[in-house]
Write a protein that binds this ligand. Structure first.
Ligand code: 3HC
Length: 674
């Protein structure tokens, strides 16, 4: 059966797409739409047409899985032009999300009606491309230049009421009567001539808008190619006739889609979705119901973790040892919510709703009512074991017991209970209410349904979750370690912290290893004995150069936390260089990349070799969402593939690293990780 069918309602032809899960505009859908429009045009008894979708959403865009393959006709730009040129009114009836090519179908239609819950967006920029079916030219004409910039260059999605205010939709339908209302609307406007065309709408704008927009978003767009291409296309729409603008858009689209950045960003799109899948657990396994969550510890981590659940409408019992700590933790959560409300992102009512779901307590026995209990206490094996021993006695049968550890052995923690099958790790990243990544650590005995339940719950609290095996530092922190070790060695051989950080920032990271250390705290994991100075870091810590919090770390900081290179740190480094007698040389950018980034790839390969990650793309997801690896480079494993694994191996060999067998094998065979 065709994925597109037509239904006649007297003089109105309804063209319906049914291509689950998201009505992507695949070749079959495009062919079906073309046939539907032709049918409506050819039939004199048809006065107007409606395009709508079955299932959960209007077209979510072009079918991304078709990119990079030969395109089948009709291609989307031709199809949307055909819709606009129909000569009879076409009404797009939107529910769910009209995204990318879906939004372009709506824009090419002569009228748009949507349910109040519908959303509109052109998120192509997030895939490293731009709306390539006239979207950059029609959208500013219909919704104005400013909104078009916001939607195309930033990928902002807008709700139906905003779309109506902007003129992007003509009418709101009833939430449950879209088809009926769309047919009535189509009948109402069926006689209007000429049929209004988005491409012919006059375009007014303030030319200063573009420079302002570029300037305001320079930081956000740093390193990316697609945002500027989107801006340039919208700008072109204001400068040239529609046809020329479309040609310009086409050229820009082709350039982007052939480029490495778009390939990287598309890789991440699919990698993120793949990450939620567990290879050896059936997709339909029965999940354990999670109606109430328990959190032990109301510190920064515990509080952040708790907020994720409250925001998702899941009640939380939070336990602390002292009333003061409990009150402080609760007050910080409230303050965070209120700050979000002050920015207009949530309402005062939502603040109360979330806080109303919180049950603070000093009594650990209250955790007996929880279906999932997450421990966020001090990162120490003995402390964790004691907590889990207690939990084992308190938690109800079937409750999931999770440790928010960032490197400890989850098997050992699980062994301190009589139910290791119910135990796993949930490694949140700080600030836990903001950071998207969650490493779900699967112990040797963790039951399949426990793992699947937590992975599904992660989606509910809007995290991107990745399954990791038990090993020191799991996926993310384990790969961070060789990078830090090499960065320290480079200092001894002649590099400066500023130089190494700059290479990482120029690469696209939000910060370099030393800036990161200053932010996290140079003293994290320090032995706290100022007289025991074995390395440069000990020396910094002994002088209380603990990072940003002390206004001194690897850098000096002013009152606004602006960093500047520290003469004192330079002295300390020099002292250590002299003492060690290490040979000095001029360290190049290339060497910094080869010695700090290549070893991460090497470690990633070992993680795969040992089965601690399910797939290479999971490693990329960890680094994109947990550590700010630039999405336009696709994550460390995708990046290694684009660099060429032979080159990575040669670089590692040059510097005397022991190379992972898997990496070597793939390089020799000319294979890729992703
Ligand atoms: N093409 C192909 N597959 C798609 C797709 C698309 N445009 N959008 C989603 N899918 C797939 C996903 O890969 C996933 O597959 P899986 O089940 O095998 O893992 C499945 O559909 C469901 O997707 P989600 O898990 O993301 O479902 P959600 O309900 O969470 O989200 C959504 C739905 C908001 C529509 C989200 O999928 C999304 O944002 N999709 C991408 C939208 C987009 O970027 N559109 C622009 C495409 S490019 C374009 O249109 C170019 C044109 O201008 C020429």
């Amino acid at each position: 059966m065709s994925v597109v069918r037509t239904e006649r309602h007297d003089d109105i032809l309804v063209i319906i797409s049914d291509n689950p899960p998201v009505n992507a505009l695949s070749a079959a859908v495009r062919q079906g739409l073309e046939a539907g429009i032709k049918e409506g045009v050819a039939d004199d008894s048809i006065a107007a047409m409606v395009i709508r979708c079955d299932g959960k959403t209007f077209f979510a865009g072009a079918d991304i899985s078709e990119f990079g393959k030969p395109m089948q006709e009709p291609i989307l730009p031709i199809l949307v032009d055909m819709i606009e040129a129909a000569g009879k009114p076409v009404v797009a009836a939107v529910h769910g999300t009209a995204l990318g090519g879906g939004c372009e179908v709506a824009l090419a239609s002569h009228y748009r009606i949507a349910v109040p819950s519908a959303k509109f967006g052109t998120p192509e920029v997030k895939l490293g491309i731009l709306p390539g079916a006239g979207g950059t030219q029609r959208l500013p004409r219909v919704a104005g230049v400013e909104l078009a910039l916001e939607m195309t260059a930033k990928g902002t999605m807008i709700p139906a009421n905003r779309a109506r205010d902007a003129g992007l939709i003509d009418r709101l339908a009833g939430e449950d009567s879209l088809e009926k209302d769309a047919i009535a609307f189509a009948r109402e406007i069926s006689g209007i001539r000429p049929v209004p065309k988005s491409s012919e709408k006059p375009l007014t704008h303030d030319p200063a808008v573009f420079e302002q927009f570029r300037k305001a978003n320079a930081r956000r767009f740093r390193g990316y190619e697609a945002p500027e291409a989107n801006i340039a296309c919208v700008e072109k729409a204001t400068q040239t006739p529609y046809e020329e603008g479309v040609q310009f858009e086409r050229m820009q689209f082709m350039k982007l889609i052939m480029g490495v950045q778009s390939a990287a960003q598309r890789h991440i799109f699919f990698a993120e979705r793949k990450a939620s899948k567990i290879d050896d657990v059936p997709a339909d396994i029965k999940l354990r119901p999670i109606k109430r969550v328990g959190v032990i510890g109301a510190g920064t981590m515990g509080g952040g973790i708790t907020m994720n659940f409250l925001s998702a409408g899941i009640p939380v019992t939070i336990v602390e040892m002292q009333q003061e700590a409990l009150d402080r933790g609760t007050a910080i959560m409230r303050k965070n919510y209120e700050a979000t409300a002050a920015k207009g992102r949530i309402t005062a009512e939502q603040v109360e709703q979330a806080m109303g779901l919180l049950k603070p307590t000093l009594d650990m026995n209250d955790l007996a009512e929880c279906d999932l209990i997450i421990e966020a206490v001090y990162e120490n094996m003995d402390v964790k074991k004691e907590v889990f021993g207690k939990l084992d006695k308190i938690a109800k049968p079937g409750a999931i017991l999770a440790s928010n550890t960032s490197f400890l052995d989850v098997n050992e923690i699980a062994a301190s209970t009589s139910r290791p099958e119910d135990v796993l790790g949930m490694h949140f990243f700080s600030p836990a209410n903001v950071m998207k990544l969650l490493e779900v650590v699967r112990g040797d005995k963790t039951a399949g349904d426990v793992l699947a339940t937590v992975m599904a719950l992660a989606k509910k609290i809007r995290k991107v979750a990745v399954v990791a095996g038990v090993c020191h530092g799991f996926i993310g922190n384990r790969m961070l370690e060789p990078r830090q070790v090499e960065a320290m060695k480079l200092l001894m051989e002649g590099a400066t912290p500023e130089q190494i950080d700059k290479v990482h920032v120029d690469f696209g990271m939000p910060m370099g290893p030393f800036q990161m250390s200053d932010l996290a705290g140079v003293d994290i994991g320090w032995h706290r004995d100022p007289n025991r100075i074995e390395n440069i870091r000990d020396a910094l810590c002994a002088e209380e150069r603990w990072g940003q919090k002390k206004k001194a770390g690897w850098y000096d900081y002013d009152d606004k936390r602006n960093p500047s290179p520290s003469p004192r740190v330079a002295e300390i480094i020099e002292e250590f260089r002299k003492k060690s007698g290490a040979a000095q040389h001029e360290v190049t950018t290339e060497e910094i990349i080869e010695r700090t980034l290549y070893p991460m790839v090497n470690e990633g390969a070992r993680i795969l070799e040992e089965g601690k990650a399910q797939r290479a793309s999971d490693i990329d997801v960890v680094w994109i969402y947990g550590y700010g690896w630039p999405p336009y480079r696709g994550g460390p494993m995708f990046w290694a593939d684009t660099e060429g694994l032979k080159k990575i191996v040669a670089g590692l060999e040059k510097h005397g690293f022991k190379i992972s067998a898997l990496l070597k094998e793939k390089a020799e065979k000319g294979e890729r990780f992703t």
